[in-house]
Design a protein around this ligand. Structure first.
Ligand SMILES: Nc1ncnc2c1ncn2[C@@H]1O[C@H](COP(=O)(O)OP(=O)(O)OP(=O)(O)O)[C@@H](O)[C@H]1O
Ligand SMILES: [Mg+2]
Length: 223
């Protein structure tokens, strides 16, 4: 088991009102498993991914990543676990505009301190996604689909156990969305990684070995 989340509660406070978003939610992810999550806008998909990816904390509940209960970790230990075990692909790619595509992909290695040993892998990854000729481009010089592929490489560079992708095809045209979908299918096969993807797209959802709908704070099987 790569990830196990139990009894997750999360609510947001709006003035005096408390808005429950996740209510007693459970999810587990196996090695190399792909899980997809659909759900209405505002149902809490991004909130859930941020919590599972240790970017946000739940009000209560436990999360284990590779058998480690993240509640037991200090902030610096958690940061290290995050950079080793977790890759994140955000809806709006979040590439740093002042760095080239190649430099963006290597940023997570600077956190871990293994940039030199990862440079060759970065070159291979650019080939892998067909961006061989785009390494020195800045994000503003890339198409939306290319930017997203660079963001995928950045999530892959440290070879994490699990990758979270929040609506990765949300801003892509149909052709680029298809390309990205193929890339995701290959990733779990070629790199033995687990994937958790949120999406509004039926085709993306259908690549999940398990497919869920987030609604009223819990995950139900997508039927
Ligand atoms: N920081 C915050 N403060 C207050 N409320 C928040 C905050 N973040 C999210 N929410 C609320 O939590 C709910 C879930 O938001 P979330 O972004 O997780 O939904 P989502 O399922 O990802 O939606 P979408 O499909 O539109 O991306 C929303 O009602 C949102 O308004
Ligand atoms: Mg969202």
């Amino acid at each position: 088991m790569i990830l196990e989340a139990k009894n997750i509660y999360k609510s947001f406070r709006n003035g005096v009102k408390k808005l429950p978003v996740l209510t007693n939610l459970n999810i587990s992810v196996d090695k190399q498993e792909t899980i997809t999550i659909m759900g209405p806008s505002g149902s809490g998909k991004s909130t859930l991914l941020h919590i599972l990816g240790t970017l946000d904390t739940p009000d209560s509940g436990s999360i284990k990543i590779n058998q480690t209960d993240i509640n037991t970790l200090k902030e610096n230990q958690l940061a290290l676990l995050r950079s080793h075990e977790i890759g994140f692909i955000f809806q709006f790619h979040h590439l740093l505009p002042e760095f080239t595509a190649f430099e963006n992909v290597l940023i997570p290695t600077q956190i871990v301190g293994n940039t030199d040993s990862k440079t060759k892998r970065a070159v291979e990854l650019f080939d892998y996604v067909g961006l061989k000729e785009r390494k020195e481009h800045y994000p503003s010089q890339l198409s939306g689909g290319e930017r997203l592929r660079v963001a995928v490489l950045r999530a892959l560079i440290n070879n994490p156990s699990i990758i979270f992708a929040d609506e990765p095809t949300g801003n892509l045209d149909a052709g680029n969305a298809k390309k990205l979908l193929k890339l995701f299918k290959n990733i779990s096969k070629d790199f033995e990684q687990s994937l958790v993807i949120t999406t509004h797209n039926e085709e993306v959802a259908s690549i999940g070995e398990r497919q869920f709908i987030l609604d009223h704070g819990v995950l139900n099987d997508r039927v």
